[in-house]
Design a protein around this ligand. Structure first.
Ligand code: IVH
Length: 718
């Protein structure tokens, strides 16, 4: 379902999660265009709007903040407001380990790499992984000269003026320190300072902050250093960049020097000699975690001897000599105060647990998805037990809630001892709570298994489905009608006056005519001025001609997302050809049915859903009315000319240096080539850049023409 046009305050939990995922990807994509190619595809204002929407959704659903959220990707987009700094040595990240087993593997791999015997012990340091922002602070001749965020690892933002306001960071180093010193470490906000700040915000009636990390990041990226100075930021030193001289030859020794030079260092750092000791320290830190005045999300292990670190070196983005042993996802106990049902566009009934608000991993969680009927009973997607039989989820139950980075909070288990005597097993309603139609679990025709989703059978009768359909229809990748957002759709849908009502998509396009013929004018209704009504009608009229793939996507056919809509548009060329073929395929056999199934990227489930859609007379009737108002434009056929790659299948592998993958793909497609992800007998060319591996091997094995990027460019004519 598309959620792009839904107002933040109207998003359901699931929609918000989907929307955050979309925004994260879209912002990352634009970041890449901006930095990688210096060719931004959207205006700064549009980019900021994406970021603001992301922030607003995060403020409303803090439990959904993703690990890869743009708000966490601090500096990933060096904002134009801060000058950029190229790091003298790149700032790398750490590999993650999640289990004792992983840690043993890590230690074993260090021994293996160094070719030393296991009984010759290698010392490791173990210290908390601080959940803040990494910072590189450069001193020349004992004076602080620059401070930069990590950014993309190579280039960060110059935040020197702000870092100078942080008391933990000395402005000068003592005499005797090397002439060039880059101290690296973590800027963070103490939990106590965060709580005090929020209390103050609340007292002033202002919006409170989500968590210490985001607040620290926001505080640091203030353009006015006075604001930063008011937020008590702190620092722990744990690493270094360029050094004109090394004062010590171990990790531990280096950190001792940082302390001597006046930097705070973490008191829980230890030097240990065996895996067992390392794991013990991990457990100890884990036990202390809640009582520490700063957020941590794991323990970092590093080979202590610097000569060994040097020998171990780096993989592409992380050192072989260190790893971060992450703590498991945070869990908390709370009670289920209610179970509510949300009805989606395709009629899916999703149970949502309303929870007594609880802080999990620093954010307040108030609801959690229960997915479907089976999940409530403790049965997983493949029919397996995920909880004991009597651990079904009931209203009134005390439950264990888990929040892991970027996923919707989950109810993991039920505490049976605390189940109230009167708690009843929860049964999903037999009827849709919105329209009263039967709600059913369908049986998969192929496997004979019950679908996990319970669906309202009301179709068009169901207000929830109809409204969600309309919202999808006007959403950004569909008709994209400005001024017709989620709120307005609700209004027009509920309107009793026929001159104002929008119940189906064609009604959108007849609204202006109905308004002209009526005395009940939209412009007299609160929330719509004269100007906004005119703009709305212009926006609607502006969509009377529309790209075929948008039109198909807007129809809201089950399983037909944007990608499938594009495939269909390209394959059939015109809407008439598409609908005609779908009518012919009604018996799931014959040429048209085969043609549909032969489209690469369309499988049987999707094909069936499309044909089923056209077997419903009501759909055909609504589309008929829509076509009286709207013209889907014939799909543009790629201008292939007599390109030597027209009709050929190409695979790109390895890293490309002259353009991004996306660009290479778009270019090839514009010349009529198909771009595939894997090499098969059908592949015509494999374009291999540095680092190409198994795909190139396979191509050679199959005798397929391979070439490098320059040869490819020569082939397609530069
Ligand atoms: S060492 C070459 N030590 O974790 C590796 N990093 O996932 C240098 N972090 O970007 C990093 N506490 O922001 C190191 N005690 C610690 C850390 C730590 C937090 C962060 C740091 C880094 C990220 C890597």
């Amino acid at each position: 379902m598309s959620t792009e046009s839904v107002a933040v305050e109207d998003l359901t939990l699931e929609e918000a999660a989907a929307e955050l995922a979309r925004l994260s990807a879209e912002i990352a994509h634009n970041d890449e265009l901006y930095h990688g190619e210096d060719a931004p595809a959207i205006s700064d204002a549009d980019y900021d709007a994406l970021k603001r929407r992301n922030d607003a959704i995060e403020a409303r659903f803090p439990e959904l903040i993703r690990d890869d959220s743009p708000s966490r990707r601090v500096g990933a987009t060096p904002s134009s407001a801060f000058a950029q700094v190229v790091h003298a040595r790149p700032m790398l990240s750490l590999d993650n380990t999640f289990s004792q087993e992983d840690v043993r593997d890590f230690v074993a791999s260090v021994y293996r790499f160094l070719g030393q015997l296991p009984d010759c012990s290698i010392a490791f340091t173990a210290e908390p992984k601080i959940d803040g922002l990494s910072m590189s602070i450069r001193y020349e001749n004992g004076r602080l000269v620059t401070a930069a965020t990590r950014g993309d690892g190579t280039t960060g933002e110059n935040v020197t003026a702000n870092i100078r306001t942080v008391k933990d960071v000395p402005d000068r180093l003592p005499a005797g320190a090397p002439s060039v010193v880059e101290v690296r470490g973590e800027i963070y906000m103490a939990k106590s300072d965060f709580l005090a700040l929020n209390a103050q915000m609340e007292a002033q009636g202002k919006q409170t902050y989500v968590n210490p990390r985001n607040t620290a990041s926001g505080s640091l990226r203030q353009l006015d250093p006075k604001v930063t100075a008011n937020r008590k930021l702190r620092f722990f030193a744990y690493a270094w960049g360029e050094m004109s001289e090394m004062p010590a030859d171990t990790q531990f020794g280096m950190v001792e020097f940082f302390e001597k030079w006046g930097f705070p260092v973490n008191p829980l750092m230890k030097r240990l000699n065996s895996v067992e000791d390392i794991l013990k320290h991990y457990d100890e830190i884990g036990k202390m975690r809640a009582d520490l005045d700063y957020d941590i999300d794991g323990v970092v292990y590093k080979v202590d001897r610097l000569d060994l670190q040097q020998r171990l070196g780096f993989r592409s983005r992380s050192p072989r000599w260190a790893t971060a042993h992450k703590f498991p996802a945070e869990q908390a106990f709370t009670t289920v105060t209610n179970i509510e049902i949300q009805v989606g566009r395709t009629g899916a009934l999703t149970p949502v647990a309303r929870l007594e608000p609880i802080t999990v991993g620093g954010v307040v969680v108030t609801n959690a998805t229960l997915h479907n009927e089976d999940y409530i009973k403790g049965i997983g997607n493949s029919g397996e037990r995920i909880r004991p039989e009597d651990h079904d989820i009931r209203i009134g139950d005390t439950v264990i809630v888990q929040r892991a980075g970027d996923v919707i909070p989950q109810v993991l288990d039920v505490v049976l001892e605390r189940r109230p005597a009167e708690a009843q097993p929860y049964a999903l309603p037999k009827r849709c709570p919105v329209c009263g139609s039967h709600a059913l679990r369908e049986r998969n025709e192929k496997t004979g298994k019950l679908d996990s989703v319970t669906r309202c059978t009301g179709g068009f009768v169901c207000r929830a489905q109809a409204v969600e359909h309309l919202k999808h229809f006007v959403s950004r990748n569909a008709f994209d009608i400005e001024g017709l957002g989620s709120k307005q759709i609700d209004f027009f849908f509920e309107a009793e006056d026929p001159a104002l009502q929008i119940r189906t998509a064609p009604d959108i396009f007849t609204l202006k005519r109905r308004q002209e013929a009526s005395l009940s004018k939209l412009e007299n209704i609160e929330g719509f001025g004269k100007v906004s009504v005119r703009k709305l009608f212009d926006a609607i009229d502006g969509r009377r001609e529309i790209a075929l793939h948008r039109f198909i996507y807007a129809l809201g056919i089950r399983h037909v997302g944007e990608t499938t809509a594009k495939l269909l548009s390209r394959a059939f060329g015109t809407y008439e050809a598409f609908e005609g073929a779908m009518q012919e395929a009604a018996s799931f056999s014959g040429d048209s049915w085969n043609e549909l199934n032969n489209i690469e990227g369309i499988g049987e489930v999707v094909a069936r859903a499309i044909v089923e859609f056209y077997k419903e007379p009501r759909n055909v009737e609504v589309i008929g009315r829509l076509l009286e108002e709207v013209t889907p434009l014939a799909a543009e056929q790629p201008q292939t000319g007599n390109s030597p790659v027209a009709g050929k299948t190409v695979v790109f592998t390895g890293s490309l240096e002259k353009f991004t993958r996306d660009e290479a793909k778009a270019r090839a497609e514009s010349l009529g080539a198909k771009v595939a992800g894997s090499v098969s007998k059908k592949t015509d060319f494999v374009v291999a850049g540095p680092g190409a591996g198994s795909k190139l091997d396979k191509a050679r094995e199959l005798g397929i023409t391979t070439m490098d990027e320059d040869e490819w460019l020569a082939l397609i004519g530069g």
